[in-house]
Design a protein around this ligand. Structure first.
Ligand code: DGT
Ligand code: MG
Length: 390
């Protein structure tokens, strides 16, 4: 027990997040929220190293079986750097951290939060806009200028896409995708991945992985799914990217970065609001910004109240032989994935991607047909999805 004032904690906390169980609900939310805000701000200012350090520190606090009360409770824990400890100390003593609060109020943080909240706008673009003086959606619209199709959709559906997607909505989308998939390829299998597979109650999007037990049957599947959905008027936006993994001339390429090469569709669904789906949280009137302006199409898209909402949906098609890797890679959390790859590289001389595991020492690919097998190949204890919430 931590109360007993011993020097070392009674349980050891492993240093890689993929070695630990991290539940969704934990005891240190105010500390992790603060550290993750600083992590996000570090991303906004292009300081990836610092961002990851804050996220690792937050992830350690999420694994603790009770609330941290004093700095002593943190003795012997990994991943808590000097900066994170300083922030934690301030919060334990004063209730808030001055650095966190001033960041939260800073012009840059607030503007970057709004701008990166637009689907299709990453840190780079948002940073450039910020330097040009753009602080809000209104600024962006008066500036005129070119937006790509994705960013325009992001702006058109800004309010909806920034409203959390509920589990009920995720399941409703799952029904639709299931129907589409069965219609165009009987026997195909669809799996809900991402945060919802880890047990989250809400998400920013809904992620699905699609495969077929007969290898090869899944080829060319995505365009068929998309056109089925489009015919039914269920898509507000979609961009499908081809599977470049199969196409590369030299066969499977050694995974060198974490972008995978599956056939993938970034989409925005038009989800009908039904009592089962939207429950009580059907409050979108009263939000402004996006509907104003002279663009007639925009007026139509977000005139409220409407009987539908926009939802971001990611569809990924995987060959059956890579399914376990794809499932592991798309279940998250992002930090958990990052830590798995770091573990593989640094501790095992292996490269892990969402396609395959490559053993650099033996110079060969390691096959697996389940997540359990992949953890075993990596020399890790199996961590179920609900405990990957690092
Ligand atoms: P949220 O924000 O509620 O949707 O939370 P998550 O955990 O579902 O986050 P999301 O949807 O951004 O990503 C789900 C997982 O999918 C994440 O752990 C990493 C993975 N992922 C996302 N984008 C890519 C990608 O381009 N390539 C690969 N390999 N994985 C990706
Ligand atoms: Mg997601």
């Amino acid at each position: 027990d931590l109360q007993s004032n011993t020097d070392s904690p009674t349980f050891a906390i492993e240093s890689y997040a993929c070695q630990r169980r991290t539940p969704l609900k934990h005891h240190n939310a105010s500390l992790t929220e603060a550290l993750e805000l600083l992590a996000q701000n570090a991303e906004f200012t292009d300081n990836e190293g610092r961002s990851v350090a804050f996220r690792r520190a937050a992830a350690v606090l999420k694994t603790l079986p009770r609330a941290v009360r004093r700095l002593d409770d943190l003795k012997g824990l990994p991943c808590l750097g000097e900066h994170s400890l300083r922030v934690i100390k301030e919060i334990l003593e004063d209730g808030v951290s001055s650095e966190v609060e001033s960041t939260r109020q800073s012009e840059q943080y607030k503007a970057m939060k709004v701008l990166t909240g637009i689907f299709g706008v990453g840190t780079k673009t948002a940073e450039r806009w910020f330097r040009e003086g753009i602080r809000s959606l209104a600024d962006l619209k008066t500036r005129g200028g070119r937006l790509n199709r994705e960013q325009q959709a992001g702006l058109d559906y800004y309010d909806d896409l920034n409203r959390p997607v509920s589990k009920a909505e995720a399941h409703a989308i799952g029904q639709i995708v299931g129907e589409a998939v069965r219609a165009v390829l009987p026997g195909a299998e669809i799996t809900l991945t991402g945060g919802f597979r880890r047990g989250k109650e809400v998400g920013h999007d809904v992620d699905f992985l699609i495969t077929h037990p007969e290898e090869g049957k899944e080829e060319g599947l995505m365009p068929k799914i998309v056109s089925w959905l489009e015919t039914k008027g269920l898509l507000l936006y979609q961009k499908t990217t081809r599977n470049s993994y199969l196409e590369s001339k030299d066969g499977p390429v050694r995974p060198s970065h974490n972008m995978d090469r599956f056939e993938r569709c970034f989409s925005i669904f038009k989800l009908k609001r039904t009592p089962e789906v939207c429950g009580t949280s059907n409050q979108s009137a009263g939000q402004n910004d996006v509907t104003e302006g002279s663009d007639v199409r925009q007026q139509e898209v977000q005139s409220e109240p409407s009987d539908w909402r926009a939802v971001r949906v990611d569809l990924v098609v995987s060959p059956y032989s890579q399914f376990a890797f794809a499932l592991l890679g798309w279940t998250g959390s992002k930090l958990f994935e990052r830590e798995l790859r770091r573990w593989a590289g640094q501790e095992k001389s292996m490269s892990l991607s969402s396609h395959v595991l490559y053993d650099r020492a033996q110079n060969r690919y390691l096959r697996a047909s389940s997540e359990e097998e992949i953890f075993a190949l990596l020399g890790l204890e199996y961590i179920p999805p609900s405990q990957r919430n690092a």
